[in-house]
Write a protein that binds this ligand. Structure first.
Ligand code: ADQ
Length: 586
């Protein structure tokens, strides 16, 4: 039975080693949830890195780890610390991540990390090849594994491969600066289906493929050798029900069940009932525009001083990639900015910014989403941004205002939010003012539409749409697409032809044996063609037929004397060895 194999850098489980025992805890992230409908039952396998390097894994625990992962339908790719450094912290996060988010000045082009990226991609491909059968369906995730599709395709030409990029695909002018741009495109083109969050990313990708590799591209189909690759957009959704139900449950909690954080938030709300809470939640990443947001907040308070002591910005930043120098610098910059702004503006009863640098449990995220009046997300560039969607899903009474950067992929689907350019402080300050004063009815009108859309296009629908499209693509490729004669295919045809005991050869005339001509009578056979046909017809155990829609008179004049077999007038007249077949004489 055909399997589904999912591949991502990290597995959807976290391993914990304590006192020599291994526990695998399923992750609760968006991807893991979205893939539930795809990754369930015994016919699917998830391949990825476990999060523990070889150096961190005692040999005697290897088989225990394998067993623990197998219980979650997962299988590990082993990586050394050096590989994680070069492949993940190196090429993925110091080259691809900044470049694809238009931070060209942060992109490092280092030969060594590229080499490690290639070899680790090969490790992932080998792990797939070890488990994959020809009729399996393989779904590769994200920018860490862009070479995997072609590496698998080379060894398993008939397998179905889909690839989804979770980050933006940049414009050609940016992408072309990558020294290994052709290799990356060739890697991706091993897929049957390549998915992006938005139409813009899809368009950028097609343009790079056209300009750098030059294959035929028609709408969103790429014709490469003997394959057709489909490129399409699949905007990722969230587990709407999970967020919406959690928010409902929180709303019904009595005092004793509330979290400490919720109690603190309630106390502040009660002491200043008119005060508005702004919320931003992101991984601490330069693409998320956290420093810009802090500066814009200061700008806003100077432009609208009446809101001093009336608003509070809660910033939750999740530690991320702290081994990469850019992230260390960013952390320092943000710490300093928060310190400076709070230092300058705080009063005895008011701290303008509450800054949390940590990961929070789901329960606390819901507390923040449901308590804060305004979510303010200002990525400078973001593939999608799920936080925007999560905020709206938790607003079960439909109040709340979402201010969202137009540079986030989600802005395409969230037009009812207040869209801003994260670089335009004037616009941001005015939008914050508008959000503070937005009547409840308007908030509800906007959020009703947003919520309906998020409920319908949830993460499960996203995963199913992608899988269905991948399966259809394979079917289409098998059924309708004429194969281009690649060298490999030609060699196979020649080999089989030579070794066949008996051969039946049909040769089309116009456009095959002779070129198309304005006057069809001019497309006469010449001596070279007669010679070729004589040679084929004379081969032992070979039946050769000329086929054509042309009239029988022309073909009789041209070929009857040669006694070739012919099927003419679209099959209405057939002749064999110079004689009209009896059954066709009537
Ligand atoms: P990310 O850059 O990680 O993902 P995002 O889409 O916003 O960005 O997802 C973050 C997730 O982490 C959310 O589900 C959120 O709830 C959770 N989270 C954030 N802060 C947290 C905290 N302090 N504690 C716990 N959880 C927290 C990449 C791309 C995005 C794209 C996604 C999915 O960069 O553009 O939307 O993949 O494709």
């Amino acid at each position: 039975m055909a399997k589904t194999i999912i591949i991502s850098n990290r597995l959807p489980v976290q391993l914990q080693i304590s006192n020599g025992t291994i526990t695998a805890i399923p992750s609760v992230g968006g991807l893991a949830t979205g893939m539930k409908s795809v990754h369930s039952g015994g016919d699917s396998l998830w391949i990825g890195w476990s999060g523990l390097t070889d150096e961190e894994t005692p040999d005697e625990l290897e088989s225990q780890i394998d067993d623990a992962l197998a219980e979650h339908g997962s299988s590990k790719v082993k990586l050394t610390q050096n590989e994680v450094d070069g492949f993940y912290f190196g090429f993925s996060n110091r080259t691809v991540w900044p470049l694809f988010h238009y931070f060209m000045e942060y992109s490092e082009f280092e030969w060594e990390s590229w080499e490690i990226y290639k070899s680790v991609n090969q490790k992932f491909a080998d792990a797939i090849l070890e488990k994959a059968d020809n009729d399996d369906v393989i779904w590769v995730h994200d920018y860490q594994l862009m070479l995997v599709p072609q590496m698998v395709r080379e060894k398993r030409p008939n397998v179905s491969i889909g690839f989804f990029l979770h980050i933006p695909f940049p414009s050609f002018e940016i992408f072309r600066t990558l020294p290994w741009r052709k290799e990356v495109l060739a890697g991706l083109l091993g897929s049957d289906l390549i998915g992006f969050h938005t139409y813009d990313y899809e368009r950028h990708f097609l343009s790079s493929v056209r300009r750098l590799l030059g294959p035929e591209v028609s709408f969103n189909d790429i014709y490469l050798d003997d394959r057709v690759i489909k490129v399409d957009s699949f905007p990722m959704g969230i587990d709407y029900k999970k967020f919406s139900e959690a928010a409902k449950e929180h709303a019904q909690r009595d005092e004793s069940k509330k979290s400490e954080l919720q109690k603190r938030l309630d106390t502040h709300k009660e002491s200043t009932p008119d005060a508005k809470f702004f919320l931003s939640i992101d991984r601490l990443d330069y693409t998320k525009g956290i420093a810009k947001r802090l500066n814009a907040f200061e700008y806003f308070l100077n432009k609208y001083p009446q809101y001093k002591e009336k608003v509070r910005l809660i910033i939750l930043a999740v530690p991320s990639r702290s081994n990469v120098p850019q992230y260390q610098l960013l952390k320092k910059e943000i710490d300093e900015l928060v310190g400076r702004i709070n230092g300058e503006l705080s009063t005895v009863s008011w701290t303008p910014i509450w800054y949390f640098y940590r990961s929070m449990p789901f329960d606390n995220l819901i507390d923040l989403y449901t308590t804060c009046d305004i979510a303010w997300l200002t990525p400078i560039r973001d593939g999608m941004n799920l936080v925007a969607k999560e905020y709206i899903a938790t607003r079960t009474d439909k109040t709340g205002v979402l201010i969202l950067s137009e540079m986030a992929g989600s802005a395409n689907e969230m037009n009812e939010s207040l869209l801003i350019n994260p670089n335009n402080f004037e616009q941001i300050a005015d939008t914050l003012d508008k959000a503070i004063n937005m009547p409840k009815e308007e908030q509800q009108q906007r959020n009703t539409l947003l919520r309906k859309r998020l409920e319908r296009y949830n993460v499960e629908k996203w995963a199913n749409d992608f899988m269905n499209s991948l399966l259809n693509q394979k079917e289409k490729d098998r059924t309708y697409i004429s194969r281009r004669l690649s060298v490999d295919l030609m060699n196979t045809v020649m080999k089989n032809y030579k070794s066949a005991n008996k051969r039946l050869v049909f040769l089309d005339y116009d456009g095959t044996l002779a070129g198309f001509h304005k006057d069809p009578q001019m497309a006469k056979p010449d001596e070279e063609l007669y010679k070729l046909l004589d040679e084929i017809a004379a081969q032992e155990d070979t039946d050769m037929y000329l086929i054509s829609g042309r009239d029988k008179e022309t073909f009789t004049k041209w070929f009857m004397h040669k006694e070739y077999n012919m099927i003419v007038e679209h099959g209405v007249w057939i002749s064999r060895m110079g004689k009209t077949l009896e059954c066709w004489k009537r």
